[in-house]
Write a protein that binds this ligand. Structure first.
Ligand code: 13P
Length: 245
């Protein structure tokens, strides 16, 4: 049995309303699992959730690499903390591929968020053509490598492996495909960071996780939880939170 605490994140992306978040609070209120649960609603709802009694932590979906200033449309780690978020998602594939964020900027954001006291859900993953050309490890190792020299303490980082081809497509990586790359990522941590980071860093799987496929994925040795998009907006999120039970 792994000593890593099972972790389930709900990434609501640009979805939801106060009413829907109320439903989530009620749904998770009944949850008594040991799983660490973190929910990332759109920024504008963080304060609303912060003022409610919840049994899950809050995350931003992004933040900038500066504490304040003339950066229209951006928010800082300090602002996230001010409205109750302890976490931030960085490097998500939609930030990389829809908004064009590059490794360098993402690495600066990760380093700054950690420095400001946030924990980071750091996302990596390959596109379908990269997988088909056997580049999965090369791409994922490259994305991890981009933050390596800027990060000293890995204890506040959770890595989320989210193959781009599985996000929002209904096409999940098989448990075997996910385990294979998770194991390789853990070896990368061993070879490039430390034995301790390899043992302790949680590696999540993300990409079309549902109430129906979560148990089989959760049973794999190197899958320490999930980052969930679409299904985190639905009642089945409770089943995913409980997938390790
Ligand atoms: P889906 O679960 O909707 O595929 O999204 C995964 C994701 O991008 C979570 O960050």
């Amino acid at each position: 049995m792994s000593s890593r605490k099972f972790f389930v994140g709900g990434n609501w992306k640009m979805n939801g309303s106060k009413g829907e978040l109320d439903n989530l609070v009620n749904l998770l209120a009944k949850n008594s699992s040991e799983t660490e649960v973190v929910v990332a609603p759109p920024f504008v709802f963080l304060d609303y959730l912060h003022n409610k009694k919840t049994n899950f932590a809050l995350s931003g979906q992004n933040c900038y690499k500066e504490s304040k200033g003339a950066f229209t449309g951006e928010i800082s780690p300090k602002m996230l903390k001010d409205v109750g978020a302890d976490w931030v998602i960085l490097g998500h594939s939609e930030r990389r591929h829809v908004f064009g964020e590059k490794d360098d900027l993402i690495a600066d954001k990760v380093a700054f968020a950690l420095k400001e006291g946030l924990s980071v859900i750091f996302c990596i993953g390959e596109k379908i053509e990269e997988r088909e050309n056997n580049l999965t490890e090369k791409i994922c190792f490259g994305q991890l490598g981009a933050i390596k020299d800027k990060i000293k303490d890995w204890s506040k980082i959770v890595v989320a492996y989210e193959p781009v081809w599985a996000i929002g497509t209904g096409k999940t990586a098989t448990p075997e495909q996910a385990q294979e790359i998770h194991q390789a990522l853990r070896k990368w941590l061993h070879d490039n960071i430390s034995q301790d980071a390899s043992n302790k860093t949680r590696i999540l799987y993300g990409g079309s996780v549902t109430g129906a496929n979560c148990k089989e994925l959760a049973a794999k040795a190197d899958i320490d939880g999930f980052l969930v998009g679409g299904a985190s907006l639905k009642p089945e999120f409770a089943n995913i939170v409980n997938s390790k039970n």
